[in-house]
Design a protein around this ligand. Structure first.
Ligand SMILES: *[C@@H]1O[C@H](CO)[C@@H](O)[C@H](O)[C@H]1NC(C)=O
Ligand SMILES: *[C@@H]1O[C@H](CO)[C@@H](O)[C@H](O)[C@H]1NC(C)=O
Ligand SMILES: *[C@@H]1O[C@H](CO)[C@@H](O)[C@H](O)[C@H]1NC(C)=O
Ligand SMILES: *[C@@H]1O[C@H](CO)[C@@H](O)[C@H](O)[C@H]1NC(C)=O
Length: 410
């Protein structure tokens, strides 16, 4: 039996009467640093060999001080700017994909009788100039306490509006509750109430905002976990590169809370655990390059059965899983086709010569076509793609697509 609940959000005392609510900020941020960007409040701007860098204000804090400063020794995953990842292992990787991807999947054991599965998904949008920015996050928890279960799925999006007259920026954060359910609980007397089972309350996501630095905060106190998110602007005419405060997200686990993570029941994903193999080592094991391995991971867990859904990405993954039977075949396909998602010159051209409305689907469909012909070894389909895609996209093919020899597939 499932009881759907209206959820009281801790911290700010907001009650989600509907399943969706909005927060606004228009904070000034900290000092200006470099050509476009501002640091966060209290951070300092330093000239490091001619490059302006935001530095955290305290020696015990670390981070990209344009986004966040966090205690040294904590466990952090950064998805910064036009997004590149800095994972638990402190490795950098480009996240070149317009499809949803899983950032991490962790199992926490906070108490002997308690298990929490936590999953984080992201999705980027391709903007003008060929830059991707993280536009959506979805965080889910499944909490087991003895024989009872609570599930919560929240989705976070946002936007930035610019008032060109006053040069001010308005941030909008949207938090959407996709599911909050408590299973195997007795029927509630009053259904519009807070979660009554207090054993679960410390695992409920608490939503708040940093109005000064324009960040959304999502906290799970019982896990020592915080997610910070600053969205890009979804408006085609606004150059996200030049926004005073860089878009991005940070997922933070407090140092002491890492002990609760059961590594053997968690998955490495792109977040790569500090004590596990690095992405580079995993790529070497699979005899492939780091960028191709990262593309493989992004595609591998590209869809959740919980967050948002993307029809084209979903279909692509189905084709790949059906037709590219071995991991070698997938890597071989990605070695060429990921150029559609990652070739800088191509992305610049694609976003220059087409409107956003036109190129968003065109881009995903080009990748789908490439994956399909490579996985099915379809020579005529491959030749057709190479012939027609320059016309459709109004751009020269990425070099790696040009180089595919359609007559001799692996
Ligand atoms: C900046 O410093 C003030 C005063 O010490 C403090 O209240 C505020 O929380 C700090 N802000 C950040 C983002 O650390
Ligand atoms: C930003 O918010 C302020 C206060 O809510 C409002 O006066 C202003 O018109 C907004 N600007 C834009 C561009 O939406
Ligand atoms: C995602 O979309 C595909 C195709 O539109 C659909 O078949 C699938 O059931 C959807 N998955 C979820 C979890 O909504
Ligand atoms: C190969 O591609 C062509 C052109 O896209 C298509 O018409 C044909 O059905 C494909 N053949 C196979 C076996 O998938």
């Amino acid at each position: 039996m499932t009881a759907r609940l209206f959820l009281a959000v801790l911290g700010v005392g907001l009650t989600i009467a509907q399943q969706e609510y909005l927060l606004y900020t228009n904070g000034p941020g900290g000092v200006e640093c470099g050509k476009y960007h501002r640091c966060i409040q209290n951070a300092t701007c330093e000239d490091v060999k001619g490059v302006h860098m935001c530095e955290c204000p305290h020696p015990l804090l670390v981070g990209n001080a344009k986004l966040q400063c966090l205690p040294k020794g904590d466990y952090d995953v950064w998805i910064q700017n036009d997004p590149h990842l800095k994972n638990f292992h402190s490795e950098f990787a480009g996240l070149h994909t317009p499809c949803p991807y899983r950032v991490l999947n962790l199992m926490f054991v906070p108490k002997a009788d308690t298990r929490v599965i936590l999953e984080l998904y992201g999705q980027n949008v391709l903007f003008r100039g060929g830059h991707y920015f993280l536009t959506k996050l979805s965080l889910s928890t499944t909490v087991y306490i003895q024989n009872d279960l609570m599930k919560q799925i929240m989705e976070f999006e946002g936007d930035v509006l610019v008032d060109t007259d006053t040069n001010s920026y308005n941030y909008t954060f949207l938090a959407r509750s996709l599911d909050t359910s408590l299973l195997d609980e007795p029927e509630m007397q009053d259904r519009s109430m807070e979660i009554v089972d207090t054993r679960f309350s410390e695992y409920i996501m608490a939503i708040d905002k940093d109005a000064f630095n324009n960040l959304l905060h999502v906290q799970i106190p019982g896990l020592g976990v915080t997610l910070f998110f600053r969205p890009p602007s979804m408006h085609e005419e606004i150059d996200n590169i030049k926004l005073p405060m860089v878009p991005g997200a940070v997922f933070n686990i407090q140092r002491d809370s890492w002990k609760m993570v059961d590594i053997s029941k968690s998955e490495y994903d792109i977040a790569a655990f500090p004590e596990g193999p690095s992405l580079k080592e995993q790529a070497t094991d699979m005899k492939t390059s780091l960028p191709t391995y990262v593309q493989w991971l992004l595609l591998q867990d590209s869809l959740s059965d919980l967050g948002y859904n993307d029809t084209i990405c979903y279909k692509t993954r189905e084709i790949v899983n059906l037709e590219c039977r071995t991991e070698e075949q997938k890597l071989y396909m990605l070695g060429a086709c990921s150029a559609v998602y990652a070739d800088k010159g191509f992305l610049e051209c694609l976003t220059e010569r087409n409107t956003m409305h036109e190129y968003l689907d065109m881009h995903k469909l080009f990748f789908q076509t490439c994956a399909s012909v490579m996985c099915t070894k379809n020579t005529s389909g491959c030749e057709k793609m190479k012939r027609e895609m320059p016309e459709v996209t109004k751009c020269p093919l990425p070099k790696k697509i040009q180089d595919i020899d359609c007559s001799t597939f692996m």
